[in-house]
Ligand binder design. Structure first.
Ligand code: URA
Length: 437
């Protein structure tokens, strides 16, 4: 078999056999197939798509490129959540401590920023000392001690996804239902979990802009997980505007601490509670979703979730004092406001462009080897439906480098859609649930 023939086959809309997919995934993971051939295959796949059988074969090939964790020695159910990604999407750092404080184990293997979206690992690394590169033995020890652990793919866990994910990010081949399903489910199925809650984003800041595509992706992922014997549900949630008020690494950690302190933006808090409730329910910690919601709220109110976050940071080598003293997190030196040029109402946003502007300023990657500036942030002051006056601040940019500031600023200004009439409907945070048992 030759990679060049498989690239041609996909370019010409052919359907791969399981053996062909295995050849590509194992060859690329070993380093026998170079980046340029894999990049060409990814682009052909992005353009031509993958059948259900190809998606299942790709997911399994990526899953078996590494180890499947056996966490059966740890007590209780193991439950995780994964989001398809968005702007300001930081719920993992809130719900992992909530759910671990509630007695379940959360073995979370996360990704880095991808395209215009932020990544949990990059956010965690803005906490001084925080180590996302634990060995599997260290990961097990952390899980045993505090019930939550957040790491990146190790050489052992879905190594194929680690390589392919970085290549997709740099070749604009992210937004493909088959590739996203295989990427997410290979990591998650390798975690040794009993249940999984998927947060599938839809809207202008999501990879799946159209709700029907998000629903299709959700259905495929739920089906893949169930076929592997896991309890899985997917929530289709809004990404027509950023989640919360902040995007950018340190600033998102601060927002998570606010929510764990019982404050923070309502949309972020509500979604974190809802996802936690589903995790409690699927993990059989509560008998109903309603009981799950109440438990999540109680664990925030009594400080146990915050205490769990503190413990988790410390066990992974991070400076847990950031919880009391967020000023210890990296901060940008300068700030500038983006103001409205007209009176009216915010009727929508081009949310993806917020993520792109953040990346241009150093708060994301344009090439896979780029370093992230964790202090760079966007602070959003207006949401869809809000009235706005000419000259009023829409967003604040926190930046360190001037290089692309003017371009980023005009991109952000143009991303607020302002009209004289208010929008007929504000986006609903939770649109649908797929795969309810
Ligand atoms: N998150 C992932 O882990 N992979 C994708 O492809 C998209 C979002």
């Amino acid at each position: 078999m030759r990679a060049v023939d498989l690239i041609r086959k996909k370019r010409d809309s052919g359907e791969h056999s399981r053996e062909e997919i295995d050849f590509l995934v194992s060859g690329y993971t070993r380093g026998d197939i170079p980046d340029y051939q894999m990049a060409a295959w990814l682009m052909a796949t992005w353009l031509r798509g993958l059948s259900l059988a190809e998606t299942a074969a790709l997911t399994e090939a990526m899953l078996h490129s590494g180890e499947v964790l056996d966490l059966s020695a740890l007590p209780g159910k193991k439950v995780d959540k994964h989001s398809t990604g968005g702007v300001g999407d930081k719920t993992s750092l809130i719900l992992a401590p909530i759910v671990a404080a509630g007695g379940l184990t959360v073995p979370m293997i996360s990704g880095r920023g991808l395209g215009h979206t932020g990544g949990t690992l990059d956010k965690l690394e803005s906490i001084p000392g925080f180590n996302v590169n634990l060995s599997l033995d260290q990961f097990r020890r952390v899980l045993r001690e505090c019930g939550m652990g957040l790491i990146g793919q190790t050489a052992e866990i879905a190594p194929a996804d680690k390589k392919i994910y970085a290549l997709r990010d740099a070749t604009s081949t992210v937004e493909s239902i088959g590739l996203i399903c295989a990427s997410i489910m290979s990591k998650k199925l390798a975690e040794g979990i009993d249940a999984l809650v998927l947060d599938v984003k839809t809207g202008s800041g999501a990879f799946m802009k159209r709700e029907e595509d998000a629903v299709r992706l959700a259905e495929i992922m739920v089906d893949t997980g169930k076929r592997m014997g896991k309890k899985v549900v997917a929530l289709i949630t809004d990404m027509d505007q950023p989640l919360g008020r902040a995007a950018g690494h340190s600033s998102e950690i601060i927002e998570c601490i606010e929510v764990l302190n019982g404050q923070g933006p309502a949309d972020l808090r509500d979604l974190s509670i809802e996802l936690s409730a589903w995790m409690f329910y699927l993990g059989e910690r509560t008998k109903s979703l309603e009981e799950g919601r109440r438990l999540a709220e109680t664990l925030i109110a009594n400080g146990q979730a915050r205490e769990k976050f503190n413990q988790g940071i410390k066990l992974q080598g991070g400076d847990e004092r950031v919880i009391e003293e967020p000023q210890r997190l990296p901060k940008a030196r300068s700030r500038v406001d983006v103001v409205s040029e007209s009176d009216g109402y915010v009727t929508g946003t081009n949310c993806e462009h917020f993520g792109t502007a953040l990346a241009m300023l150093g708060g994301g990657r344009e090439k896979k080897e780029d370093a992230i500036d964790p202090g760079v942030a966007l602070e959003f002051h207006k949401r869809i439906g809000d009235p706005v006056k000419k000259g009023e601040t829409l967003a604040t940019i926190h930046y360190n480098a001037e290089a692309k500031l003017a371009e980023a600023k005009s991109m952000i200004a143009a991303s607020y859609l302002i009209a004289l009439e208010p929008p007929r409907e504000k986006p609903r945070l939770i649109r649908r649930v797929i795969g309810e048992q």
